[in-house]
Design a protein around this ligand. Structure first.
Ligand SMILES: Nc1ncnc2c1ncn2[C@@H]1O[C@H](COP(=O)(O)OP(=O)(O)OP(=O)(O)O)[C@@H](O)[C@H]1O
Ligand SMILES: [Mg+2]
Length: 468
C-alpha cells in the first residue's frame, strides 16, 4: 500500500500553546489573521486521522463554503471522498468531517462527534449559549468529544461568559486563551502596522488586540442604551398596540426567522414599549397563528406585516387564521439601516422601553452592524416596523424638515415619509390651519372604526376588480 502524507504548516508558538495545554472545552479569543482557522484545521486533521468523526461549525453558509474549500484542499492527500453539497469530507481510516452552519443549527441534532470546532463563534446570530447547551454540546456525549471555540470577539455576549468560564478555577473542563494578531509570525512584515494606522482605536482593540469591547462596532444599538430605558415591572396602560411581523420567505433549511414583535404606545406618556417577542423559524401557517395569538392576548389594534416577499399572500395567510384581524401591509422602499435610524433616535431620546428582558431581540439589535451586514435580523425588522407604525407618523420623531413640511400643510404621507401607501395613522389629527376652527375631534374608537371600514372597502374593491 502506498504511503499517504499530509503536510500542514507547523503550528506557530501561540497555536502550540493551545495544542499542548487544552482542556475539554476551549475558548480561543484572538485578533484577525492570528491563525484561528489554521489552528482549527490542524485540530480537525489530528482527530480525523485517528478515524474519528469531527464537526466544523461556522456562523454562516457563506463562511462555511470558504472554509470547506480551504480544508478540502489542505486535506486532499488523505481524502477518500468529498461531497461539496453536504459539506462532508471522508479520509482514509474512516475519519469523517461534517461542516455545519449556525444559520440552521437544528440540523446537527442526532449526530455525535469526537471533536467540534466552532469558528468565529462571536458572529453567531442566535444566542450562542442556547445553541451550545441545547444542540451542540449533546453531540459530544457519546464519544466524550472536545470542543474549540476560535474567534475574534464582537462586542460582549455569551462568548465572553464562556471565555470567563475558561479562566475560572471552578470550571476545570474549560480553558481560555487570548492572543493578538501580532502573535502570528507569518503575517507579512508591516501589514498590521499599516492596518492599525487606518483604524479607529476601538476597532484596533477588537480586531487586532482581540479584546472584548463594550459595543459592536457599527451597531445601531448598545446594551447601555437599551438598559438605560428598560421598564421594570408590569407595562403601563397602552393607547395603541400593534403586532409587527416580518415574515420569512419560506421555512426551508436556509430560511430566516419570522420576526413577530408586539409594540405599544403608552396611554399617558406616548412613549414606546416593546411588549413581547414571539419570533421564530415557522411555517407560514404557524407564524400567522403566533401573530394572531399575540394580537388577541394583548388586545392589540392590528397586525402590521411586511409584504415585500409574499405580497397579498401575507395578508391571506393571516386571514386564514382570523378573518377579522385588521392587517396593514407595509412595503420597504428604503434600506433597512435608513428605516431603523429614526427608531434608534427614539431610543436615544429615552422614548422607547423594553418591558423586562428580551434577550434574543436585544442580541440581534446590538450585534447587527449595517456596515458589515446589509441584511438586518428579522426581530429587529419587525420591531422597527412596529414603532414606525406607532410613533413616526404621529409627529413624535420627525426631522426638522418634516416639521417644516407639516407646518406648511404638505402631504405628509408618501414614500418620502416611509409610507408608500399614503396611509394616515389613526389617532393622528392635523391641527387646524390658522383662522379655521377645528372640527370636534373624533374619538379613538371612531377613528379606528373608520380605518377598519376603509380597509374593508378596499378589500371589496379589489375583489370586485378581480371579477369576484
Ligand atoms: N502555523 C502557520 N504557519 C504558516 N502560516 C500560517 C500558520 N497559521 C496561520 N498561517 C497563515 O496566516 C494567515 C492567517 O491564518 P488564518 O486564516 O488561519 O487566520 P484567522 O485567524 O482564521 O484569520 P481571520 O481572522 O481572517 O479569520 C493565513 O495566510 C495562514 O495561511
Ligand atoms: Mg478564520
Amino acid at each position: 500500500m502506498s504511503e499517504r502524507r499530509l503536510t500542514l504548516p507547523l503550528p506557530h508558538a501561540a497555536q502550540n500553546q493551545v495544542l499542548r495545554d487544552h482542556a475539554r472545552f476551549n475558548v480561543i479569543i484572538a485578533g484577525r489573521r492570528f491563525g484561528k482557522s489554521m489552528l482549527g484545521i490542524r485540530l480537525v486533521a489530528d482527530t480525523l486521522l485517528e478515524g474519528k468523526r469531527v464537526a466544523w461549525i461556522s456562523p454562516t453558509y457563506k463562511m462555511l463554503s470558504d472554509i470547506y474549500r480551504t480544508t478540502a484542499d489542505l486535506l486532499a492527500p488523505v481524502l477518500v471522498s468529498r461531497n461539496a453539497s453536504e459539506r462532508r469530507l471522508e479520509v482514509f481510516g474512516g475519519g469523517v468531517l461534517d461542516m455545519w452552519s449556525l444559520e440552521n443549527p437544528e440540523s446537527i441534532r442526532g449526530r455525535h462527534y469526537r471533536r467540534m470546532i466552532v469558528d468565529e463563534a462571536a458572529l453567531a446570530k442566535n444566542t450562542l449559549a442556547d445553541t451550545w447547551n441545547l444542540i451542540l454540546r449533546p453531540t459530544l456525549i457519546d464519544d466524550k468529544g472536545d470542543a474549540y471555540f476560535l474567534t475574534t470577539p464582537k462586542g460582549r455576549g455569551d462568548l465572553m461568559t464562556m471565555y470567563e468560564m475558561g479562566r475560572a478555577p471552578e470550571h476545570p473542563d474549560w480553558a481560555s486563551w487570548h492572543f493578538t494578531s501580532m502573535d502570528n509570525p507569518y503575517l507579512p512584515a508591516g501589514e498590521l502596522d499599516s492596518m492599525r494606522a487606518s483604524m479607529p482605536a476601538r476597532a484596533i482593540e477588537q480586531e487586532i488586540e482581540g479584546r472584548f469591547i463594550d459595543e459592536v462596532l457599527g451597531a445601531l444599538w448598545t446594551y447601555k442604551l437599551i438598559d438605560a430605558t428598560r421598564w421594570h415591572g408590569a407595562a403601563p396602560d397602552m393607547a395603541r398596540i400593534v403586532v409587527a411581523v416580518d415574515p420569512a420567505v419560506s421555512s426551508n433549511r436556509d430560511s430566516d426567522e419570522t420576526g413577530i414583535v408586539a409594540c405599544g404606545m403608552g396611554r399617558d406618556s406616548h412613549e414606546g414599549f416593546v411588549l413581547a417577542d414571539a419570533s421564530g423559524t415557522y411555517s407560514p401557517e404557524t407564524w400567522a397563528r403566533r401573530a394572531v395569538e399575540l394580537y388577541r392576548s394583548l388586545e392589540a389594534d392590528k397586525i402590521v406585516a411586511e409584504a415585500n416577499q409574499g405580497g397579498e399572500m401575507v395578508q391571506y395567510t393571516i386571514r386564514t387564521i382570523d378573518r377579522n384581524v385588521p392587517v396593514r401591509l407595509v412595503h420597504a422602499t428604503r434600506g433597512k439601516a435608513i428605516r431603523a435610524e429614526p427608531i434608534v433616535a427614539l431610543y436615544e431620546q429615552g422614548r422607547i422601553h423594553h418591558v423586562g428582558l428580551l434577550p434574543e431581540l436585544e442580541t440581534q439589535m446590538t450585534m447587527w452592524s449595517p456596515v458589515e451586514d446589509r441584511e438586518s435580523p428579522d426581530r429587529v425588522d419587525a420591531m422597527v416596523w412596529g414603532f414606525s407604525d406607532l410613533m413616526l407618523k404621529a409627529g413624535l420623531a420627525w426631522t426638522p424638515e418634516q416639521h417644516a413640511a407639516y407646518a406648511r400643510g404638505d402631504d405628509l404621507y408618501g414614500p418620502e415619509w416611509g409610507d408608500p401607501e399614503g396611509w394616515v395613522p389613526p389617532g393622528f389629527t392635523p391641527p387646524p390651519a390658522a383662522g379655521e376652527s377645528a372640527a370636534p375631534p373624533k374619538t379613538a374608537q371612531e377613528r379606528y372604526e373608520e380605518e377598519v371600514a376603509a380597509q374593508d372597502a378596499e378589500r371589496i374593491r379589489q375583489m370586485v376588480s378581480r371579477g369576484w
